[in-house]
Structure formats: C-alpha cells, structure tokens
Design a protein around this ligand. Structure first.
Ligand code: GLP
Length: 241
C-alpha cells in the first residue's frame, strides 16, 4: 500500500497522470479503467495536454468503462460516458474499437454485464484501474453492502448516491439504478489508483484506509490489494493518522 499525499488537487492530478504516461511508455497496449465523476477531471486535462505535446500515445491502449447510470445515454450530460468522451476520448488518439463502455440503454442489462466481463477476460484483466471514491465509500457503483466476489452487475443505488449524483446534472434526474464492474475486477487488477480530493472526502478516506475492511464501506476492500496506490490532496488526507 502506498499513500501519496500532495499539497494541492492539481499536484495530485499531475502526479497520477505522469504515472499513467510512464505505464503507457512501458506497455503501450495497457488495459485501463478511468472513472467518471469530478475527481479525475484535472488528471484527464494533464493527459490531454501531454498527448498534445506528443508525450503520450493512446493508440494501442484499451479502455474498459467502470460504471454508469442505467437509462442515461452516452449523449446525455451527466453520464460517465459523456463525461469521459468530452473530457478525454474525443481529445486524444484512443481508438474507438479499443473503448468499451456499458450500454446503459440496453434493455437486457444482464447481457451488458456478461459482455463487459467477457471483454475484461479477453484482455486478461486490467493493468491499471483508476478509481474515485463516493461519499458513501462506493467504488464505481459498488455500493455499501455489495458482495465483494461480484463481477459486473446492476445495482439499486443507495440514497447518498442518488442525491450526490444530482451534481452531475443541470436538472433533477431520477437516479435509481447503476451498472458497474465488480469488486472482483478491482481486486484482480494488476495495479489500482484511488484518487480523492477535498475536505468533504476526508472522513470516508480515513475509514477506507484505516478502518476495518467491510462491505459497509466498499473502498476499504482496497486495503487488501497488493498494489494499491492512494493519491490524495492534503485536504482529503487530513484525518489520516
Ligand atoms: C460517482 C461515480 C464513481 C465516482 C464516484 C466519485 O458517482 N459513479 O465512478 O468515482 O462517484 O465521484 P466524484 O469524483 O464526483 O466525487
């Protein structure tokens, strides 16, 4: 377990981006997972900038989507897919055929889960999964109470996620269900980065890093990962002992 704490959110984001650039230098066809949400925004900005300066090449990299809101499509503002497309994929040279999102509009979501699990398997798992942490400790949409042995699944979103999730939308939306890769995927990823910034994440970060491993706080499971790197700004890390 490595805990990297930085003075600012920008520093945290730049350092995480530089590690991703290094990984792709060593293994250009790395299999990666990048989360939606506010946390990775500045890191993605650094990656785009590095690409524009010719410092990184995404043409061989494979990207597998982490999670999304069921029923909210790829064009819809607020979906993880829309966020990642506009903040990252549409600005770099990642190949469309190497980007695998959940289709949240598929009527058969079990098929979608199976499809995503098969893709993960086909590429022999992840080289790196980058994760944010929800205010309730969720990873992707692995909500409190989740079974740690699951792969991709559809879940009922808990109340915290339903209300916090409104921040991604300009109008109030009904956010009842999510679709997500499972904790089993995260535990089998060869490396995991958990990113968190801001004082509002300090309590859940402390519980995730120093509290008991329990599915009441899904992020705590990462303590069991052999190659977990936590990237925090000093505010998110402020309660760590
Ligand atoms: C969101 C996403 C997660 C994200 C997490 C933290 O709801 N489903 O993938 O990592 O919650 O979000 P944020 O970075 O906006 O705090």
């Amino acid at each position: 377990m490595k805990i990297h704490v930085y003075e600012t959110y920008e520093e945290m984001s730049r350092n995480a981006a530089e590690e991703i650039i290094r990984l792709l230098e060593n293994k250009p066809n790395s299999v990666l997972c990048i989360p939606g949400g506010d946390t990775p925004k500045v890191m993605l900005g650094f990656l785009v900038e590095a690409y524009k300066h010719g410092r990184v090449d995404f043409s061989q990299a494979v990207f597998i989507g982490l999670d999304d809101w069921v029923g909210i499509g790829p064009e819809d503002e607020g979906s993880c897919q829309q966020f990642l497309n506009s903040n990252f994929f549409h600005q770099v040279n990642a190949k469309k055929e190497n980007i695998h999102f959940f289709d949240t509009m598929n009527e058969n979501l079990q098929d979608e889960c199976q499809k995503q699990d098969e893709i993960v398997k086909k590429y022999s798992g992840f080289d790196l999964m980058i994760l944010g942490i929800g205010m309730n400790g969720h990873l992707g949409f692995n909500e409190p109470g989740v079974d740690f042995s699951l792969n991709s699944h559809v879940i009922d979103l808990d109340e915290t996620t339903q209300s916090v999730g409104q921040k991604y939308f300009s109008k109030k939306r009904v956010l009842k269900h999510g679709i997500t890769l499972g904790v089993n995927h995260l535990l089998n990823s060869r490396m995991v980065f958990l990113l968190a910034n801001g004082v509002k994440k300090a309590e859940i970060v402390k519980a995730a890093v120093e509290g008991p491993v329990t599915n009441a706080n899904p992020a705590s499971v990462l303590q069991q990962h052999e190659n977990i790197h936590y990237y925090f700004d000093k505010e998110a890390a402020s309660l760590l002992g």
